[in-house]
Design a protein around this ligand. Sequence first.
Ligand code: COA
Length: 260
Amino acid sequence: MAYENVRTEVRDGLLVLTIDRPKVLNALNAATMEEIYEVFAAARSDEKVKAVIVTGGGDKAFVAGADIGELAQKTPTTGKETSERGQFILSFIERFPKPVIAAINGFALGGGCELALACHIRIASEKAQLGLPEVTLGIIPGYGGTQRMARLLGKGKALELICTGDRIGAAEAERIGLVNKVVPADQLMATAEEMARKIMSRGPLAVRAAIEAVMSGSDMPSAEGQFLEATLFGLLCASEDTKEGMKAFLEKRPANFRGK
Ligand code: COA
């Protein structure tokens, strides 16, 4: 499949999706959002893809936000539609059944920060700057950022970042839990790949269930989330992988998971 605004590469089961409009710091116009969706939709049922890394093209930006040229044209109706479509696409990523890691190589602002928030794990280069500057443009985050940031950081910190529109550096982002880890720029992709491959070596059905339990469960009251957890736990007990994982431990050898 040929894309205009993104690049994809699959290597040994790992899909690297690069948002690639470096002249506008990889800003997300509507066409780019649709291409991102197409990549994830195809990868969902592609057995060759076991994990995804999302990053930005060029050396300045992960994604510097929604495309402000397009946003400037929105009416109340098209603005709502744009927000709903963006929410749908980022929720699709959040609920993706295989691990998704954001490798944040520079500016992750507005929709770029929201894209990173929808990924399961965030690794940032020391050069990264993150923020939700929408209020500086007279709007609010519209791709789920108000909800995901508040759930990740708590309401107080989220409101501070959303209402000031301030950008923060990678070290501060790590301190408040907005990113999982910060590494030198030249180690970013290797670190993201190392983490992806570690997760890929675990039982894929278990990883899928873990993502579902955490992501779906966090939208539920605790008792319902724990019911979901127990149900997924029980389902895994019927899998060949679970038997293999336990047997391998008892036989003191690495497990050979087959996703069955
Ligand atoms: N949408 C559209 N174009 C964007 C963009 C966006 N979100 N972010 C950057 N660009 C464009 C700039 O207009 C500029 O285009 P030009 O070369 O035709 O003038 C190009 O990308 C480079 O950006 P520039 O502002 O010159 O780079 P900088 O290093 O001086 O500043 C930023 C970098 C990220 C601080 C600045 O680009 C910025 O504030 N961008 C907008 C961030 C934002 O508000 N995002 C939320 C949108 S909802």
